[in-house]
Design a protein around this ligand. Structure first.
Ligand code: PHE
Length: 445
């Protein structure tokens, strides 16, 4: 028999564990910063509600209807659509590859906080900038941390769905939330902090281009872990009585709250310290230490926060790893152990290359971007929206309607008023909008 998660709370926590991660705390603030703040936030929330939520429900329904990994699930429902599953497994592998690098950085910062590195107490922002640069370009340190992170992920996935994954998610999620709230309040109260709040909450539409719309869709999908079959895989472990709709709504709300809180924590500190909000992937690694250095007992705060960040990252790397492992185990008939090891080795290799592309091997560029940045852009802005587009078309037009409905309302329960708008969003709105964004980006319309 296939394993299942322990019940409703378990399902929400594990799924939220996948969704809430570096995407919310590291990626969201830097992408929002690059696209002008407030207006991006509005776009982002619209994408979450109108596309993210319906897509998450679609993926859940495919997972519970088939109880298989992403490839197996599409194949069982309609052989011709197996390619969408393959695209998803490929996306998971590539994302995990560069995600491990950032996860490694968080682990490094955690260790620095434990040993009370004096740099953490510095109030000079250029010191934080320089030490981040030094670390990510170091010839072997970031590789070591990424490898350790990868092994940690491997260990938990090998322990299996219930023992490893569910337990890890249950304790840390509520703690992370509490910490974010405390740090947000502190950050807003910093001198000059209100300017950051204004940047983040006051929309300036002149900064918005079609690129920003694509970035918002990509960020919404990345943050919710959708468009690549992770949620198909996770839903395949849901217990029979788990409500798909409730789980999706709860996870989406939680994930969005964490992203918004992260923005509210980062931008006031960014403005207070005089950092450019467009600093890119380094944004939180420069900003967070400067928030901590302005607090009493800075090493304690920063230790606890980075532990939580590491755990948030871990529950996400686990979900990507699990999607690939489940695919290899079920489709290639490898033992679970061999499947997990293959996933670990492959993704560790990608992680090593993408980490080196920021340091010793800076010559390794694709279209002018480092391998790291190229993977980030390719997966979030192209592969996930494409995966999401096909998944919506599939559930909206090709999946048996009664089967879809049965997943949402089992045992003849009457559909809620939510059902019709949901079908509309899945069948028409999401496919049309994502296609238009793609065509526009390619310069065709
Ligand atoms: N959603 C995760 C985060 O926000 C990242 C992720 C993407 C996890 C895709 C699984 C699949 O950090």
């Amino acid at each position: 028999m296939r394993a299942t998660f322990g019940g409703k709370v378990g399902a929400v926590l594990v799924t939220a564990g996948s969704a809430v991660g570096l995407g919310n705390i590291w990626r969201f603030p830097y992408v929002a910063g690059e696209h002008g703040g407030g207006a991006f936030l509005l776009l982002y929330v619209a994408c979450i509600l109108l596309m993210g939520l319906p897509l998450m429900i679609s993926e859940f329904s495919i997972g519970t209807a088939t109880r298989k990994n992403a490839v197996g699930a599409f194949r069982q429902l309609n052989k011709r659509w197996a390619g969408v599953g393959y695209l998803g497994v490929l996306s998971s592998t590539l994302i995990l590859g560069f995600y491990l690098v950032v996860a490694g950085w968080t682990a490094e910062y955690m260790i620095h906080s434990f040993v009370n590195d004096p740099i953490l107490h510095s109030t000079d922002i250029t010191m934080h900038q320089a030490s981040f640069e030094r670390f990510i370009t170091h010839p072997w340190k970031p590789l070591l941390y990424a490898a350790l992170f990868s092994l940690g992920t491997h260990l938990i996935v090998s322990l299996g769905v219930k023992e490893g994954i569910e337990r890890a998610a249950k304790v840390m999620m509520p703690l992370l939330f509490l910490f974010l709230i405390i740090l947000t309040v502190h950050s807003i109260l910093l001198p000059g902090g209100m300017e950051g709040v204004r940047f983040f909450l006051r929309p300036d539409f002149s900064k918005i281009s079609i690129n920003s719309v694509l970035a918002a869709v990509g960020q919404a999908f990345f943050s919710l872990s959708i468009g690549l079959g992770t949620m198909i895989t996770y839903a395949s472990y849901f217990k029979k009585n788990t409500s798909i709709q409730h789980t999706a709504v709860e996870v989406t709300v939680l994930d969005t709250l964490v992203a918004v809180l992260s923005g509210m924590m980062i931008f006031p500190a960014v403005f207070s310290a005089g950092i450019e909000p467009t600093a890119g992937p380094s944004l939180i690694f420069i900003t967070l230490p400067s928030i901590f250095s302005s607090m009493p007992l800075s090493a304690v705060w920063s230790s606890i926060f980075f532990v939580l960040l590491v755990v948030a990252a871990l529950t996400s790397t686990i979900s990507m790893h699990e999607s690939v492992t489940a695919y290899l185990h079920e489709e290639w008939r490898m033992s679970r152990k061999a499947a997990a090891w293959s996933t670990t080795m492959l993704t560790m290799l990608i992680a090593l290359f993408s980490s080196l592309s920021l340091g010793a091997w800076q010559w390794m560029k694709i279209c002018g971007l480092s391998l790291f940045d190229a993977l980030d852009y390719l997966t979030a802005n192209l592969m996930l929206p494409a995966g999401g587009l096909f998944t919506c078309i599939f559930t909206g037009w090709f999946m048996d309607k009664a089967l879809f409905r049965e997943q949402l309302y089992p045992n003849g329960v009457q559909p809620s008023p939510f059902y019709r708008p949901l079908r509309f969003l899945i069948r028409y709105f999401c496919p049309v909008i994502v296609t238009m964004i793609f065509l526009d980006t390619l310069g065709i319309i």
